[in-house]
Design a protein around this ligand. Structure first.
Ligand code: 5GP
Ligand code: ZN
Length: 107
């Protein structure tokens, strides 16, 4: 059993406030929001960070990037939003399962 908290969220072993889900990715509310809307988009398959992404992740990362504006709009971020991907300890990453922060204020 993995010790990764986001794998546990993806597996529904730990509850999350989910706003989007399909077969490959899950988006849920950050537990410590740094903005009025603060979501995390994760792949269901584990890899540690952008620095660990391989060619096999190319299509998935593309799908995630294209999903971001759809999720943002559905969350009311119609005037724009911020995306952040922290990579590695030096990049401020705390949870080592790749995730895209989606942040903003509904307009
Ligand atoms: P990082 O610093 O790794 O880019 O961001 C990790 C984010 O995950 C933080 O913003 C933190 O608040 C969030 N987080 C950590 N543990 C949990 C959790 O158990 N549930 C949710 N929903 N968010 C979490
Ligand atoms: Zn994981």
């Amino acid at each position: 059993m993995t010790d990764c908290i986001f794998c546990k969220i993806a597996a529904k072993d730990i509850p999350s406030d989910t706003v989007y889900e399909d077969g490959e990715m899950l988006c849920f509310k950050d537990i410590r929001p740094a903005a009025p809307v603060h979501l995390l988009l994760i792949p269901k398959a584990h890899f540690d960070s952008l620095a660990h992404a391989k060619a096999e992740h190319e299509a998935l990362l593309g799908k995630m990037m294209l999903k971001v504006p759809q999720i943002a709009e559905a969350a009311g971020l119609t005037n724009g939003f911020k995306t952040v991907i922290n990579t590695g300890k030096g990049g401020g990453q705390e949870v080592f399962h790749l995730h895209i922060h989606i942040m903003g204020t509904p307009s």
